[in-house]
Design a binder for this molecule. Structure first.
Ligand SMILES: Cc1ncc(COP(=O)(O)O)c(C=O)c1O
Length: 354
């Protein structure tokens, strides 16, 4: 779906904050660039997006976002190469997923050019905010929420689509120890697990806090029926390596169709790594850990790219993974980040030049 877009209005800030930012010591998602894209849905249509100075938003207390949680978002990154060219990674996949999420939450879908032209206009204005340092990037957060008001539990009649960006350092914080969840679920059949809906994350926080209190950093979500199959790792898809085969679960109603996940599957296949997309039972993972065939586990997602797992807890027992020198995690991370940052050829055609 595309729509006629009038010229995007650009209102630049008079007071840049860029000189206050230490680009050598960036954390993740804490400092925000000077501008944001703002686009309203009202009177039954998306209005022309505008690039405006980053600002706080005023909302009616009865705005439906506060009561009924109609909100969806995306996460993507822009990279600057040595020639100062700017690259995105499969941005149309984010656009399509945003609309898939919106549809599930009865939010009006966005025309493709509003997303792409709006994003390009924003990045052009805030180009200087895209870090050049190895491992750093501009994290991009497109989101849509119900700004229309009223206590009636029904979809809002007004929405805001915003993109704001945050120059960010590497998300990597070392290997993580995870807990395989036996009680709580992040998603269910027929639910919203496949959507990037704000409420999915709110529902994860409490079980994750409990896991953190027990000494783990993250939860491995299992199916909601019997907690028999491993499904996702926090805000990442999960991969396990059994002997030399890389295995990841199939996407479903309950699992986010991760862009990193599908890229890793394609890269691994191109590298000749045996890949299986199938259900992975907790029993299989525990047995593989016991008999030594479980070589690696890692999460995959835009923020951390690949996050290796050092071990997992299940039913009050901890299982350690071996310390390998030649890991699939390292190899695949290098290949995908080299493609993203224009350091290598892109045989898949995923890179998108701004
Ligand atoms: C629940 C969940 N699963 C998986 C992912 C990974 O998706 P992607 O690779 O598109 O970032 C994310 C992050 O976006 C997520 O929030």
């Amino acid at each position: 779906m595309s729509a006629i877009i009038n010229d995007i209005e650009i209102i630049k800030t008079k007071t840049t904050k860029i000189n206050e930012v230490d680009f050598d010591n960036l954390t993740f998602g804490k400092v925000f660039s000077d501008h944001m894209l703002e686009c309203d849905f009202k009177d039954g249509a998306w209005q022309t997006p505008k690039v405006v100075p980053y600002h706080a938003i005023s909302l009616d207390p009865s705005a439906k976002i506060f009561h009924y949680g109609q909100s969806v978002f995306e996460g993507m990154k822009a990279y600057k190469d040595a020639n100062e060219d700017v690259w995105l990674f499969r941005p149309l996949e984010n656009f399509k997923r945003l609309n898939i999420s919106s549809k599930r939450l009865a939010i009006p879908e966005l025309p493709e050019n509003y997303f792409m032209e709006g994003l390009k206009a924003l990045l052009e204005v805030d180009k200087d905010w895209i870090p050049k340092k190895e491992g750093s990037s501009l994290y991009i957060r497109p989101f849509i929420f119900a700004s229309g008001n009223g206590f009636h539990a029904s979809p809002a009649d007004a929405y805001k689509f915003i993109i704001c960006t945050a120059p960010s350092g590497s998300y990597f914080s070392g290997k993580v120890k995870v807990l395989i969840e036996e009680t709580y679920s992040r998603s269910a059949n027929g639910g919203v697990g496949y959507a990037k809906a704000g409420g999915n994350y709110a529902g994860q926080f409490y079980p994750t806090q409990l896991a953190v209190e027990k000494g783990y950093q993250q939860v491995i979500w299992t199916d909601d029926t019997n907690h028999e199959y491993i499904e996702e790792a926090g805000a990442m898809n999960i991969f396990v390596r059994i002997n030399d085969t890389l295995v990841t679960g199939p996407t479903s109603d309950r699992i986010l169709d991760g862009i990193t996940r599908k890229s890793i599957i394609d890269i691994a296949k191109a590298e000749g790594i045996p890949v299986e997309v199938r259900k992975i039972s907790v029993k299989e993972v525990v047995e593989a850990a016991k008999n030594g065939s479980l070589k690696e586990m890692f999460g995959a997602g835009t923020a951390a790219v690949i996050s290796p797992i050092s071990g997992f807890g299940y039913k009050d027992t901890d299982y350690e993974l071996p310390e390998l020198t030649d890991t699939y995690a390292d190899k695949l991370k290098k290949i995908i980040t080299d493609i993203q940052t224009n350091k290598s050829e892109d045989p898949f055609g995923w890179r998108y030049k701004l």
